[in-house]
Design a protein around this ligand. Structure first.
Ligand code: T1G
Length: 676
């Protein structure tokens, strides 16, 4: 909605469409009409456009993209603003993104509060600014600066926008409207950005594309953004806008944008806990305890320290405690050395840490997170001790990656206070946290866990209890089939190439080598039943031993290993398997379609609340490429029947335990997307 108010001779148009003033059809119609009416209203000498609340506008209404489009389209609204015979001033009261910024670019002048952030994030949705942004921004700030803003999609602060000439002046936070009205009265008539020319060094676009090759490879939108800005330099604005709009039309209909828009809403949906009232009281978390100062315990603690929450960390031995806290300081100092933290921030964070050997010191913590190695008996012993010392109402969490939270909770008299907080390694970096709801976990404990994860900058997703929860359970078929394919004739390089070609940061074997081939190994070099155990027995534990499924040089560059090839041949001979040619298509089916099938089973069992949560887990926890949306939406877009057909084609190789998910079959039959 838009509201208008005449301030003597200046008309204020207020965009009011909570929560982010998205430019829905109603807002566009309101803006368009107000501008048109003002042209013929003699009382109006100038116009100010402002947003209601803390946003100027979050841009076009993304949810409308899949709906039949309603006139006027945003480009027409922005053109109408620019064509106004009366000067139009954008009073940028807060964040102005996408179409929201494009509206200000149509205005003749821009004044902003210092807290405002301005950006064109469309590329993150697999599209480009489609309401003149790629044509007007270069004319205002130059082609190079515009390329940076449009291809990165990152917002800039108002001060930087002023430096670039994107805004004319800053206003104080509490008198923006008054200053904008005064400014509107002071300017001498319209000043149309579209009339400006922009030139650029002819090498600029090629140079930009090659400098950003790693970031934009495989992505349609960034390339289109570069083409559009090129058109801004080469063509008059009306022709440039035609180029922009045709590029936009192609992108918005494409799979990458569909996937990226899905991810936008999936991230927001993941924050919701079905069936729980939004206003359910949360438990106060002012102090956190962490048991275990190993890699995970240290990383987990850093998240809370960085968020200003004091942490008491407990270890069994002084040596282990010093090693753990020493690594935390080293990690902080490494971040400071890269200029991403100030030295005083390192001291501030480490100053909130209380290392101790005294388990009793956890008694006054509001939350205690256990992060010791993956052994059920050890964890149950710890939770029984915690039950004896933790204060009433304290939340008791386990960072287990696979084990049953219900069984761990059964070691206490307060299972309602027990949940899982499954962080991913490195825990101070990886964004994903699976928040595990046990059968007896209290709703407020679960809701508090979700909020707290967001408070420390994580992306939380609710998971029920099963072996490996959502992510690791789905990883099992991928890793198992990758290993089986090795035996049948594929190589680690081939399988990893298929995954990196798909857009994953690394393949199954590169991941083994990074995480450690020896994770979960029984440490008995005499007992060799699998290829992994054979590697471990030879001390090939991955990057940390410069040898795993690959050999590594001093700069950790991987190369195929003749030793591993020899070991694989030995296992083939022992199994009586003669290697055969394995197609990339078979690798995709057996290592990704099986993941989708497991995801469907997880949905059927109610372990995940919704299919999009599974997509969020794989994007934030396992490097699934955002522009492919996540395994569940990817399967929907590929066609569920084709997933089933692929699995049928290789059913002889899927193993005796493989079960095709009934949900997958039903959704394929009914032509409905995968969801509960
Ligand atoms: N359209 C529709 N819904 C939106 C929206 C949008 N543009 N932005 C936010 N929402 C919803 C969101 O789903 C959530 O809903 C609620 O608002 C609060 O959002 C022609 C074509 C603005 C920085 O890419 O980056 O313009 O979950 O939880 O953390 O060139 O939202 O409560 O039901 O994220 O304070 C370009 C997208 C569009 C910006 C606020 N614009 N939005 O963050 O709140 S394309 C964007 C954001 C375009 C033109 C093109 C963020 C935010 P719910 P939130 P937040």
């Amino acid at each position: 909605m838009t509201h208008i108010q005449l301030h003597d001779d200046v008309l204020e148009i207020l965009i009011a469409n909570a929560p982010v003033n998205a430019l829905s059809a109603a807002v566009r119609q309101g803006l368009f009409k107000a501008i048109a009416d003002a042209q013929d209203d003699a009382a109006v000498k100038a116009i100010v456009i402002r947003g209601d609340g803390k946003f100027f506008s979050g841009g076009a209404d993304i949810a409308e993209f899949d709906e039949p489009s309603v006139e006027p389209w945003l480009p027409a609204v922005v053109d109408a603003i620019e064509a106004s015979a009366k000067p139009v001033v954008a009073a940028i009261n807060g964040t102005a993104l996408g179409g929201g910024l494009e509206v200000t670019l149509g205005c003749h002048y821009r004044i902003a509060v210092p807290s405002a952030r301005l950006g064109l994030p469309e590329v993150k949705l697999g599209i480009l600014p489609g309401a003149g942004g790629t044509q007007r921004l270069p004319r205002l700030i130059g082609a190079a600066a515009a390329l940076d803003m449009i291809v990165s999609g990152d917002p800039i602060p108002a001060s930087k926008a002023q430096e670039l000439g994107l805004i004319d002046r800053l206003a104080s936070e509490d008198s923006l409207l008054a200053e904008a009205i005064a400014f509107a009265r002071s300017v001498d008539g319209p000043r149309r950005t579209g009339d400006r020319k922009v030139s650029a060094d002819p090498e600029l676009f090629e140079r930009f594309a090659s400098d950003n090759a790693r970031k934009i490879t495989g992505l349609d939108a960034p390339k289109a953004c570069i083409e559009a800005v090129k058109a801004a330099v080469a063509l008059p604005i009306d022709q440039g806008q035609k180029v922009e709009q045709s590029l936009f039309a192609t992108l918005v209909a494409g799979d990458q944008s569909k996937a990226l828009r899905h991810v936008f809403f999936a991230e927001r949906a993941a924050a919701r806990i079905d069936g729980l009232p939004k206003d359910l009281a949360r438990r106060p978390i002012r102090k956190v305890g962490v048991i275990g100062a190993g890699t995970m315990g240290g990383g987990i603690s850093m998240n809370f320290l960085s968020a200003g929450i004091p942490v008491t960390i407990v270890e069994m031995t002084a040596e282990a405690l010093d090693r753990g806290t020493g690594l935390m300081r080293k990690n902080y100092e490494a971040t400071a050395a890269k200029g991403r933290l100030k030295p005083e921030q390192v001291e501030q964070a480490m100053g909130l840490l209380t290392p101790t050997l005294d388990f009793g010191a956890l008694a006054d913590c509001d939350l205690v997170i256990e992060a010791v190695y993956e052994d059920m008996d050890v964890k149950k012993e710890i939770f029984a001790r915690l039950d004896g010392i933790a204060k009433p109402g304290a939340m008791l969490a386990s960072n287990t990656s696979y084990l049953s939270i219900d069984e761990i909770a059964s070691a206490t008299t307060r299972p309602q206070d027990v949940l899982g907080l499954h962080f991913f390694s490195p825990a101070n970096v990886m964004k994903l946290v699976e928040v595990i709801r046990g059968a007896k976990t209290a709703p407020d404990a679960l809701a508090t866990g979700m909020d707290l994860a967001r408070r420390i900058g994580k992306v939380p997703v609710v998971s029920g209890v099963c072996y490996g929860f959502i992510g690791n359970r789905m990883l099992i078929p991928r890793q198992d089939h990758a290993m089986a394919l090795l035996l049948e004739g594929a190589t680690p390089e081939q399988i990893d190439r298929v995954h990196t070609g798909f857009g994953m940061p690394m393949g199954p074997f590169q991941m083994y080598d990074l995480a450690g081939v020896d994770i979960g190994w029984h440490r008995d070099p005499e007992r060799i039943e699998t290829i992994r155990e054979a590697l471990c027995a030879k001390g090939r534990w991955g990057q940390k031993t410069k040898a795993g499924f690959y050999d590594y040089d001093d700069r950790r560059k991987a190369s195929p290993s003749p030793v591993v090839a020899e070991i694989i041949d030995q296992f083939r001979a022992k199994a009586g398997v003669s290697p055969r040619a394995i197609s990339d298509a078979e690798i995709i089916v057996r290592t990704l379609y099986t993941v989708v099938n497991e995801g469907a089973a997880i949905l059927e069992e109610g372990i995940a609340q919704r299919a999009s949560d599974i997509d969020v887990v794989w994007i934030y926890g396992y490097g699934w490429p955002r522009h492919k949306g996540g395994p569940m939406i990817w399967a929907d877009m590929a066609g569920l029947q084709s997933i089933i057909d692929g699995l049928d084609r290789y059913s002889a190789h899927l193993g005796p335990d493989f079960r095709l998910s009934p949900l997958l079959q039903r959704c394929a039959r009914e032509g409905t997307p995968l969801d509960r």
